[in-house]
Design a protein around this ligand. Sequence first.
Ligand SMILES: CC(=O)N[C@H]1[C@@H](OP(=O)(O)O)O[C@H](CO)[C@@H](O)[C@@H]1O
Ligand SMILES: [Mg+2]
Length: 556
Amino acid sequence: MDLDAVTKQSALHAKPDGLTLQYGTAGFRTKAEHLDHVMFRMGLLAVLRSKQTKSTIGVMVTASHNPEEDNGVKLVDPLGEMLAPSWEEHATCLANAEEQELPRVLLDISEKAAVNLHQDAFVVVGRDTRPSSEKLSQSVIDGVTVLGGQFHDYGLLTTPQLHYMVYCRNTSGRYGKATIEGYYQKLSTAFVELTKQAFCSGDDQRTLKVDCANGIGALKLREMKHYFSQGLSVQLFNDGTEGKLNHLCGADFVKSHQKPPQGIEMKSNERCCSFDGDADRIIYYYHDADGQFHLVDGDKIAALISGFLKEPLLEIGDSLSLGVVQTAYANGSSTRYLEEVMKVPVCCTKTGVKHLHHKAQEFDIGVYFEANGHGTVLFSKAAEMKIKQLAEELEEDKKRKAAKMLENVIDLFNQATGDAISDMLVIEAILALKGLTVQQWDALYTDLPNRQLKVKVADRQVISTTDAERQAVKPPGLQEAINELVKKYRLSRAFVRPSGTEDIVRVYAEADSQENADSLAYEVSLAVFQLAGGIGERPQPAESPEQFLDDSPLFS
Ligand SMILES: CC(=O)N[C@H]1[C@@H](OP(=O)(O)O)O[C@H](CO)[C@@H](O)[C@@H]1O
Ligand SMILES: [Mg+2]
């Protein structure tokens, strides 16, 4: 490690004095102008991680659904998964080290993590379409090269595509080819194979409207759509040619505002979906004949997918375990539906994909989705082998057919992480095969009315939680207050937790009516404000839904 060279180069990516950042739920995220030093240092860290794991490591430059002026960075571990927690700590230390401390911190990390510094290092880099992303990804590359690491810059990619590339490279191509062409080929071949049956039986060509959040998803979907055009025609909106990234559009906007994005023409009963800014989340929705808006969120995606998978799994007759993983934000109706109607085991984990992903690995087939549309399905090695073996058996019977179908489903999911494009193709395939309309899918169960709010407090870490974030253990008295409030309403539930990506406390409430959910959320916000050191204006009761929109300081 040439520490003199590191010091010299680092001076060109100097850290602003006094700035401290935390590697949070989704890596580092803040205003783009504060991130140059973090990028350079994440290049350095990726080299150390690559040497330690003797594998290719990914670095993605994106701030997902956050505003265009923001940016962020996260590292991708060898099998395409999120960075290991112990390395998140190293990332935070390295990002916050003052210039003169940098060599010592690098040596410290190398020692603590037993990095063999003589090992080769290889890092792959991807970035989203933000104006700041190109320069920032160059800073990552500067960090990689000054430590002698090799790199491949993929340029513009969706976040899940970068995860896919990392996974492919570390499994000698067994997972797929580590090129954009390889990604398109793998997914579209699986999609076309899977839907052959549905489309042969005379179904009309299917059309889907896609809101691309003016982000990277638009570029990639436009390139990819020709690969599966016999099966599905996608119409792109908010494709970045005019609008601003994530502004009044995208999956996060649609989910949190519970209304359609701007820039999309929706006719009644037409199936529409939205990606987020880096295309790792997807949400569906439609207007009914009365013009009422219906959201079909991550919970319903999980219900559709697990219902679909149950049948071929029963058919192949092997006792492979199927489970669904959710977070506390999952609508109570979805959990009840999965457990009581579908009879599948449901687990609840802390918020953040890495927690869900980890839990899903405990099943042969683990379906995980956050309510906001981030998720995928993981197949254990044993399940994959069993399915492949059955699919190759000579006898052409129902069992083999079911195994063949599952084989294509395995290939269609991005098993490295949740992926809007891959999930979209899975959902479209299921709807086609089952002959379901979006309304029929939506009717699987009825969501309980719910409301999410944000409360500003002086220090959000005064709140700590347990039971997958459903119970507050600190500050004293807060959980008791929430329990009392919840008792006042029917079918009600509420919890609070400090956000891992924003400097706020999140409040969630659901109840038998929208009015009651709003009212419970307001009362819980007030309890948080009073018991957890609220700052600024006190939470106000909602008089109109507009009050919940982002421009209000307390409600969004
Ligand atoms: C309620 C909610 O939507 N929380 C989001 C949000 O996390 P917070 O820790 O709640 O800020 O950002 C995460 C990263 O994108 C995402 O995984 C998660 O679902
Ligand atoms: Mg995202």
